[in-house]
Ligand binder design. Structure first.
Ligand code: ZN
Length: 250
């Protein structure tokens, strides 16, 4: 049998596909480094064990797979059927044994990768709706999955770090963090934060032209780690102090 090739042609999206695959390897390596006895220890996400986190990443692949199916068939197949499905599934899967969760993780990840591979080039712009209700082209699933696998690899809390992220991921996270905070402003108050990495010429902020409440500097890697709420290492505010924890992100 001849191996099938990726149908996608857009070079920028192909690079994202590659980074999603590298992210999956990175995440899986961190999972494989865990002893089975360490699976029930806490992850960096409050209230989540590593077991729940790893189950969540598997279920996220399935949810993204449903979006690719939507683009494939034109028939609406949402990420989740109802608002509680995501949490209910994680609660259920987190009770499964380690091997079952590993199987879920691998099977779902490969299934998603095959769906991306086989999606015809002309269907990559098909609109789908994210779990947050945003209408985006299905190609956005690449970035959604990239965020999941790279960031949750850090959340396993066994040595994964933003420092290992490809530069493109760090650079896309800077505006992404600001965009997510802006959307969350309808629920919580978030000050005018400025992300000002010392190794980039650009700055990213909530309210351009308004008084700057908190200016975070450090390398882009350190600023992103802070922005994701995964640690304050290497960053200072405009007074030279270690800033408080960032507003919650996703
Ligand atoms: Zn997640």
């Amino acid at each position: 049998m001849v191996a099938r090739e990726v149908q996608l042609k857009d070079p920028e999206l192909l690079e994202l596909l590659l980074i999603a695959r590298r992210g999956l390897s990175y995440f899986s390596r961190k999972v494989n480094e865990l002893k089975f006895s360490e699976w029930d220890e806490p992850s960096l996400l409050p209230g989540w064990s590593r077991r729940a986190l790893i189950a969540h990443v598997g279920l996220n692949a399935r949810a993204n797979r449903r979006l690719v199916e939507w683009a494939e068939t034109g028939i609406e197949t949402p990420m989740y059927d109802n608002p509680t499905q995501r949490e209910d599934e994680i609660d259920f899967y987190a009770t499964l044994n380690t091997q079952a969760i590993l199987n879920l993780h691998w099977h779902a990840a490969v299934d998603l990768d095959v769906a991306w591979r086989d999606l015809p080039n002309e269907k990559w712009g098909h609109e789908i709706r994210t779990a947050q209700g945003r209408l985006v082209p299905v190609s956005e699933t690449l970035w959604m999955r990239i965020r999941e696998v790279w960031i949750h690899a850090v959340d396993i809390d066994n040595g994964g770090d933003v420092h290992d992220f490809p530069k493109l991921v760090v650079d896309r996270l800077l505006p992404d963090i600001i965009a997510v905070w802006k959307r969350r402003r309808s629920e919580v108050e978030i000050p005018n934060i400025v992300l000002a990495p010392t190794d980039r010429s650009e700055r990213w902020m909530m309210d351009p032209g308004q008084p700057e409440d908190i200016v975070i500097s450090g390398t882009a890697v350190d600023v992103v780690r802070w922005g994701l709420g995964r640690g304050t290492r290497g960053v200072t505010d405009q007074h030279g102090n270690v800033p408080d924890k960032a507003p919650r992100w996703l």
